[in-house]
Design a protein around this ligand. Structure first.
Ligand SMILES: [Cu+2]
Length: 263
């Protein structure tokens, strides 16, 4: 083999391990966040790159997974089952859970994943994630603070957004608002079918800065984003965490919201 070919192959192998150009997003996915009534729903816990349906990272066993409903927390760790989730380029270790909504109101699902070692950035990443489902339009807990180490507290109902509405949230780290927090925004650009993404993209980005949009919170830690398209949108505020086993760590606060077109 010629030397340039070896170099090219090594380069390609490095790319295959991970392409860090776009943002990592922890997802708690369910198809529909505004339900007519209670009943069973399916949830997928996936750590991926949602705009590109790109490289899906292997998740370790979650540290916490639960739901907050009518001010009570229910531990759902026992309901979590391992799955393999297919991106357009690989398969990654993920989890799924079934949950039965017992009645009307808001169900705030929250996840504290195991720290993920990101070799290409030499740091651990832990994204504490929320996704809120409502049954029958009765508001109960959507704006509650769960008390995660890092958390986005919504100022607009995450399941009741028209396309074009703004979504606002307060970025909190260890219970305190984070002034001028950096927030990454990504669109779930590929539908989820079973345990994987479909190939067809909904939107095309004219340039990389549109794949992951980066915005900033104001002096009070409040960010505002006007939603241009129906579907699921992820917001990830990234903070510097304490060392884990002597290594750097990034702590994220993630929330997913779902917008609907006016028809
Ligand atoms: Cu990644």
């Amino acid at each position: 083999m010629k030397k340039w070919m070896v170099t090219a192959l090594v380069g390609m192998a490095a790319l295959a391990i991970h392409i860090p150009a776009f943002a990592h997003f922890q997802m708690i996915y369910t198809p529909e966040s505004a339900l007519q009534k209670g009943g069973p729903i399916e949830l997928k816990l996936v750590f991926t790159h949602p705009f590109e349906a790109g490289h899906t990272m292997d998740m370790g066993s979650p540290a916490a997974f639960g739901v907050l409903h009518k001010k009570k927390k229910e531990d759902l760790l026992g309901k979590v089952k391992p799955i393999e989730f297919s991106s357009l380029s690989n398969k990654g270790k993920a989890f799924e859970a079934s949950y039965k909504l017992k009645g009307m109101g808001d169900y705030v699902f929250y996840l504290s994943p195991a720290p993920y070692w990101e070799g290409s950035e030499s740091k651990y990443i832990t994204q504490h994630t929320k996704m809120i489902v409502n049954a029958a339009g009765i508001p109960t807990d959507w704006d509650a603070e769960v008390g995660l180490p890092a958390e986005i507290v919504p100022l607009d109902k995450p399941y009741a957004l028209w396309t074009g509405n703004v979504f606002r949230g307060i970025v909190k780290f260890e219970g305190k608002a984070v002034p001028f927090a950096e927030v990454e925004v990504e669109y779930l650009n590929h539908d989820v079918d079973g345990n994987g993404f479909v190939k067809a993209a909904k939107a095309e980005a004219p340039q990389d800065a549109f794949v992951t949009q980066t915005i900033k919170a104001d002096a009070n830690g409040v960010f505002t984003y006007s939603i241009p398209r129906a579907g699921w949108w992820g917001f990830a505020a990234l903070m510097e965490g304490g060392k884990i086993e002597g290594k750097d760590s990034e702590v994220g606060a993630v929330i997913w919201v779902q917008a609907k077109d006016m028809k």
